[in-house]
Design a protein around this ligand. Structure first.
Ligand code: HH2
Length: 292
C-alpha cells in the first residue's frame, strides 16, 4: 500500500496502475469526504476539518484505497466557491491526513488548490471539468506526476441539467473522454496516470445515466481505468422512490452493475457496504473465469 507524500509516490505504482488490469484485479473504492456546507447528501456533516479527517480514516479502515476530499459541491445548480473559501475547507483536512495508509485525492477544478493539496501529499487530482476549468491544471498535474481523473460534464453545474440533450449519450461521452485523454497526454500527463469517468448525474437524465452504466464497457474500451460515481444520486431516487438518505441498496446495486461492465474504481459515501458487495461480485466473476 502506498504511504506518505506524493514525492514518495513517484516511481511507485500509481492508483491508476492498480485498477482493473491485469485480469483478476479487485475493484478499488474511493471514499467521499465532502468538506462543504451544501453537498447534496452530506452537506455540513464534514465541514469541521477534524470530522472530515475522521471520516477519511474511517473510509480507509472500511477498505477504501483512496479518499476524495472536496470543498465545493457540484450538485445541480451549485455555484463556484471562492478560492480562499475552498482552500480553508480542504487544506486543514489534508494537513491532518499526512501519512494516511491510502491515496488522498483532491476533488477540485482549481489549480492552486490542487497544487497546495499535492504539497500536502495528495496523490490524485479529481477534476470534474476534465482540465477545462483552469488552464494551469494540466501542467501542475503533469509536473507532480499524480493520478488524474478526467470526468465528463457538458456544462457547469449551475446550468447542466437544463441542457441534458444527446443523440447517443454513450458515444458522445466516449468521444469527449477520448479527446480529453489526448489533451492530457499532450500536456505531459503520463497516460498510465489517467482515469476516465462518464460523470453520472452531471447534466444527464435518468435514461442517460442508466445507458451510461449499461454500456460502460464502451467507455472502458478506451483502455484506461474507469471511475464511476453513483453514490446516493438522484437517478437512484427516481428509480426507487427513495430519499437521499435511503439510497444505499440502490447505490450498491449500481456499483456492482458498473463493476461488471468494466468500472475499476467506485466512488461512494458508504465504503463498507460497497466493499462487501464488490468483493462478492469480484469473487463470482473470477470463479466464472470472466474479468469484468
Ligand atoms: N460526483 C460528485 C462529485 N465529484 N467526481 C467524479 N470523478 N465522479 C463523480 O461522479 C462525482 C465527482 C457528486 O457527489 P458528491 O461529492 O457527494 O456531492 P457534491 O458535489 O454535492 O459535493
Amino acid at each position: 500500500m502506498w504511504r506518505g507524500t506524493v514525492r514518495a509516490s513517484i516511481g511507485v505504482e500509481p492508483l491508476a496502475g492498480r485498477t482493473g488490469q491485469p485480469a483478476g484485479r479487485r475493484p478499488l473504492i474511493m471514499g467521499v469526504v465532502n468538506a462543504t456546507p451544501d453537498s447534496f447528501s452530506d452537506g455540513g456533516k464534514f465541514l469541521d476539518p477534524e470530522a472530515a479527517a475522521t471520516e477519511a480514516r474511517r473510509h480507509v479502515a472500511d477498505g477504501a484505497a483512496v479518499v476524495d476530499i472536496g470543498g465545493e459541491s457540484t450538485r445541480p445548480g451549485s455555484l463556484s466557491v471562492p478560492m480562499e473559501e475552498e482552500l480553508s475547507r480542504v487544506i486543514p483536512v489534508f494537513e491532518r491526513l499526512c501519512g494516511l495508509d491510502a491515496v488522498t485525492s483532491i476533488d477540485t477544478s482549481k489549480s492552486a488548490i490542487a497544487a497546495r493539496a499535492i504539497e500536502l501529499g495528495a496523490g490524485m487530482v479529481n477534476d470534474v471539468t476534465a482540465l477545462r476549468g483552469d488552464s494551469d491544471m494540466a501542467g501542475i498535474c503533469a509536473a507532480a506526476g499524480v493520478d488524474v481523473c478526467l470526468m465528463h460534464m457538458s456544462e457547469r453545474p449551475r446550468e447542466m441539467q437544463r441542457n441534458a440533450r444527446y443523440e447517443d449519450v454513450v458515444s458522445e461521452v466516449k468521444a469527449f473522454l477520448e479527446e480529453r485523454l489526448s489533451f492530457a497526454v499532450a500536456e505531459g500527463i503520463a497516460e498510465r496516470r489517467i482515469l476516465l469517468d462518464p460523470g453520472i448525474g452531471f447534466g444527464k437524465t435518468l435514461e442517460h445515466n442508466v445507458a451510461l452504466i449499461a454500456r460502460l464497457d464502451e467507455i472502458a474500451a478506451l483502455g484506461r481505468p474507469v471511475l464511476v460515481g453513483v453514490s446516493r444520486k438522484s437517478f437512484l431516487g427516481a428509480i426507487t422512490g427513495r430519499e437521499v438518505t435511503e439510497r444505499l441498496p440502490a447505490t450498491v446495486a449500481a456499483c456492482v452493475q458498473a463493476f461488471e461492465r468494466g468500472a475499476s474504481v467506485l466512488r461512494v459515501h458508504d465504503v463498507a457496504a460497497a466493499r462487501d458487495a464488490l468483493r462478492v461480485a469480484h469473487a463470482i466473476c473470477e470463479s466464472n473465469g470472466r474479468r469484468p
